[in-house]
Design a protein around this ligand. Sequence first.
Ligand code: HEC
Ligand code: HEC
Length: 164
Amino acid sequence: MREHFEWVGFTLWASAALLASTASFAAPPIQPNSMGLSKGSVFEVPEPKVSHYPATPPGESKVLPRAYSGAPPQVSHDVSEFLPITAQNNMCIACHNQPAQWGKKLEKGAPTPIPPSHYTDQRNAPGKLTENLVGARYNCNQCHVPQADAPVLMENTFASGRQH
Ligand code: HEC
Ligand code: HEC
C-alpha cells in the first residue's frame, strides 16, 4: 500500500517537472509595441498630426492626375465654402454645370464642365443624354474629394497601368 503512494507521488513530481521544462521553451510573449501596424505601444494614445486640405481657390489650382482611366477626378481646389451640399444649395453645380463647353478648349481658370455621363441615367436609360443633371450625380463629394496632406500610413503599390 505504502509503495503505491510513493509511486503516485513520484509520478506527480515527474509531471510537474516536465510541465515546468516545457514552459521554459514556450514562445516569448508578444510585446505591446509589436501587436499591430502601429509603431508605438498599444497602450499609447497617439495624437495624430492635423492634416490640411488645399486652400487654393477654384481657378488657381492645377488639376490632379487621375488614379486610373475612368476614375472620378479629385477636386484640386478648396471646397470648404461649398460644403455641405444640400437639396437647396449646390455650389459645385453653379460653377461646373457648363454643357455648352463640352468638347471646347477651356480658358485658363475655367471650371471643367460636368461630363455628359452625369446627364445620362446609367441605370434606366444608358446612352441617352438628358438636359438635366441626373439625380444620382447630385451629391458630388460622394465621388469627388479633395486630397489632404495626411501622411500615408501604409504604402500602396497600386499602379493605374496608364500614362497620364
Ligand atoms: C467658383 C467656381 C467653382 C466652384 C464653386 C467649384 N468648382 Fe470645381 N473647379 C473650378 C475650376 C475653375 C476648376 C479647374 C481647376 C482650377 O482652375 O482651379 C475646378 C476643378 C474641379 C475638379 C477637377 C476636374 C478635373 O478635370 O480634374 C473637380 C473634380 C471639381 N472641380 C469638383 C468640384 C466640386 C465637387 C465642387 C463642389 C464641392 C466644386 N468643384 C466647386 C471651379 C469651381
Ligand atoms: C457616382 C459618382 C459621381 C458623382 C456623384 C459625381 N461624379 Fe463627376 N465624375 C465621376 C466619374 C467616375 C468621372 C470620370 C468619368 C466620366 O467622365 O464620367 C467624373 C468626371 C467628372 C468631371 C471631369 C470631366 C472631364 O471632362 O474631365 C467633372 C468636372 C465632374 N465629374 C464634376 C462633378 C460634379 C460637379 C458633380 C456633382 C454635381 C459630380 N461630378 C458628381 C463620378 C461622379
